[in-house]
Design a protein around this ligand. Structure first.
Ligand code: HEC
Length: 204
C-alpha cells in the first residue's frame, strides 16, 4: 500500500510538471503565432484550465482541508479522464489534419483562395476602406500616418511597403487575416468584402 502511494505521488508530480511545461510552451506558441481561436483551441484551453483547477483543488483537500477528503477520489478520476480526453482529442486532430496541412503548405493553397475570391465591388470597397482602414492609412499619400504606411499607388509598386513581399492579392489577404506586426487582424471580413477592398486598393 505504501509503495503504491509513493508511486501515485511520484506520477502525480510528474504529471503536474509535464502539464506545466506543456502549458507554458503552448501559451508561448499561441502568443507568437497569432493563430485564430478555433473551437478546438478554445475547447483545449478550457479543458486545460479545468484540469489545473481540479488538480489544485484535489491537492488542497489532501494537504489542507482534510474534512473534504472524500471528494479526493472523484476529483482524481475526473482529472485523469479530462486529461485523457484533452490529450487524445488534440493529438487525434493533429494526426488527422497533418497530411492535409503538409500537402497544402507547398501546393497552391493561396492561389485557389485567390481564384475563389468573388468579384470585387469598387463602391463597397471604398466604403469599407473609409470605415476600417482610413484611420491608419492615407489612401492618397505615400507617407506614414504614425506607424502605418500610406497606400497610394499600392498596386503600382512591386513590393509592399513594410514587409517588402510582392504586391499580390494573396499577400494583401494575408495582411488582413494575419498582419505582420501591429496592424489589427480583420478576421471578420468575408471573402466578398476583402475582394471589394482589394478592388478599391487597385484604384489608389
Ligand atoms: C489600427 C491601425 C490600422 C488599421 C485600422 C489598418 N491598418 Fe494596415 N497597417 C497598419 C500598420 C501599423 C501597418 C504596418 C505593418 C504591420 O504592423 O502589420 C500596416 C500595414 C498595411 C499594409 C502593408 C503590409 C506590408 O506587408 O507591407 C497594407 C496593404 C495594409 N496595412 C492594408 C490595410 C487595409 C486594407 C486596412 C483596412 C481593412 C488596414 N490596413 C487597416 C495599421 C493599420
Amino acid at each position: 500500500m505504501e509503495k503504491l502511494k509513493k508511486l501515485h505521488r511520484f506520477f502525480g508530480k510528474l504529471f503536474f510538471f509535464t502539464f506545466l511545461v506543456g502549458a507554458v510552451v503552448c501559451i508561448y506558441y499561441l502568443n507568437q503565432s497569432k493563430v485564430e481561436f478555433t473551437p478546438r483551441i478554445s475547447f483545449h484551453v478550457f479543458s486545460a484550465v479545468a484540469v489545473f483547477l481540479l488538480f489544485s483543488l484535489k491537492m488542497l483537500f489532501v494537504k489542507v482541508y482534510k474534512q473534504f477528503y472524500s471528494y479526493v477520489k472523484p476529483l482524481g478520476v475526473t482529472v485523469a479522464l479530462l486529461s485523457f480526453i484533452l490529450f487524445s482529442f488534440s493529438t487525434g486532430y493533429s494526426v488527422v489534419t497533418f497530411d492535409k496541412e503538409t500537402i497544402s503548405n507547398n501546393s497552391s493553397q493561396t492561389e485557389t483562395m485567390v481564384a475563389k475570391l468573388p468579384k470585387g465591388d469598387l463602391d463597397s470597397g471604398r466604403k469599407l476602406f473609409n470605415n476600417l482602414c482610413i484611420g491608419c492609412h492615407y489612401p492618397d499619400r505615400k507617407d506614414y500616418k504614425r506607424s502605418a504606411p500610406g497606400l497610394k499607388g499600392l498596386y503600382q509598386e512591386k513590393t509592399l511597403p513594410v514587409s517588402k513581399k510582392p504586391v499580390t492579392d494573396e499577400n494583401i489577404i494575408n495582411q488582413l487575416r494575419k498582419p505582420i506586426k501591429f496592424m489589427p487582424a480583420f478576421t471578420d471580413l468575408s471573402d466578398k468584402e476583402i475582394a471589394d477592398i482589394i478592388a478599391y486598393l487597385k484604384t489608389l
